[in-house]
Write a protein that binds this ligand. Structure first.
Ligand code: DC
Length: 244
């Protein structure tokens, strides 16, 4: 009897978008790890370029100065979901990109069209090189960066739930900081959603998952099922399905 040919699962490209505090990073990383896919945190790339601007004394209030400088830093993302990395000009910036200074300046830097063009090109080339498939998380992945993604997921949650999760992540903060965290988060979302070039938005063909009342494990399970279903459909039909 002929041995059954075992083929590798179809490579899938998964776009996961949504505002901060929806569990996007934890979900994306876990889904990629469970399914053997690569993982890209695009927010980390915008934070990395912002860190470079701040470190090199570029005036964040001056979009022209940011545009001119945007081609300079060399940003490299490691896409292993078990140990994602990010370097700028060879320097490990995984820690520095999470500081308050970077967080409060990242919306302004990421709104500059030249910055978006540069980072979008980088993201597309990383996705194209991920042979086994990739989970890419961000704000504009399904709408702009990878409009032909096999699966698009848009995570949401109430502002209260998102602020509570974010406060939990920030060490040394107490309950009194919750309101301030919520205000900052809502402000950043408004800036990200309101900018002219590829704002935070749900693609018309994205599956929306409201995580307000779900545990992280429940969100992960739901997204894993969505990816497996899509992967199954691709394997069955031999072509990409579900695109507009
Ligand atoms: O996911 P995060 O909070 O680390 O993202 C940081 C910022 O980067 C966020 O305020 C908006 C910006 N960003 C973006 O403009 N486009 C993306 N695809 C990802 C992040």
């Amino acid at each position: 009897m002929e041995p059954t040919a075992r083929t590798a699962p179809a490579a899938v490209i998964v776009a996961i978008d949504g505002p901060s505090g929806t569990g996007k990073s934890s979900t994306s990383k876990a889904v990629a790890a469970k399914l053997g896919l690569s993982y890209l945190d695009t927010g980390a790339q915008y934070r990395a370029i912002t860190w470079w601007m701040v470190t090199n004394g570029i005036d964040i209030e001056d979009p022209q100065a940011i545009a001119v400088a945007s081609a300079k830093p060399v940003i490299v993302s490691g896409t292993d979901p078990h140990a994602p990395t990010i370097t700028v000009d060879g320097v490990d910036v995984a820690g520095p990109i999470r500081t308050q200074e970077v967080t409060s300046n990242v919306s302004a830097v990421s709104a500059v069209p030249e910055v978006r063009t540069r980072i979008t090109e980088l993201q597309r080339s990383i996705a194209a090189q991920a042979e086994g498939g990739i989970v890419v998380e961000g704000r504009d992945i399904g709408t702009t960066v990878l409009p032909d993604a096999d699966l698009k997921v848009f995570l949401t949650a109430s502002p209260e739930a998102r602020a509570a999760r974010r406060s939990g992540e920030l060490k040394g903060k107490d309950a009194a900081d919750l309101a301030a965290t919520k205000d900052a988060l809502v402000r950043r979302d408004a800036a990200d959603s309101g900018r002219k070039v590829s704002p935070l938005a749900k693609a018309s063909d994205a599956v929306e998952v409201d995580t307000t009342t779900l545990t992280l494990d429940q969100v992960i399970d739901r997204v894993v099922t969505l990816v497996e279903d899509r992967r199954g459909a691709i394997e069955k039909t031999g072509r990409r399905v579900g695109h507009e």
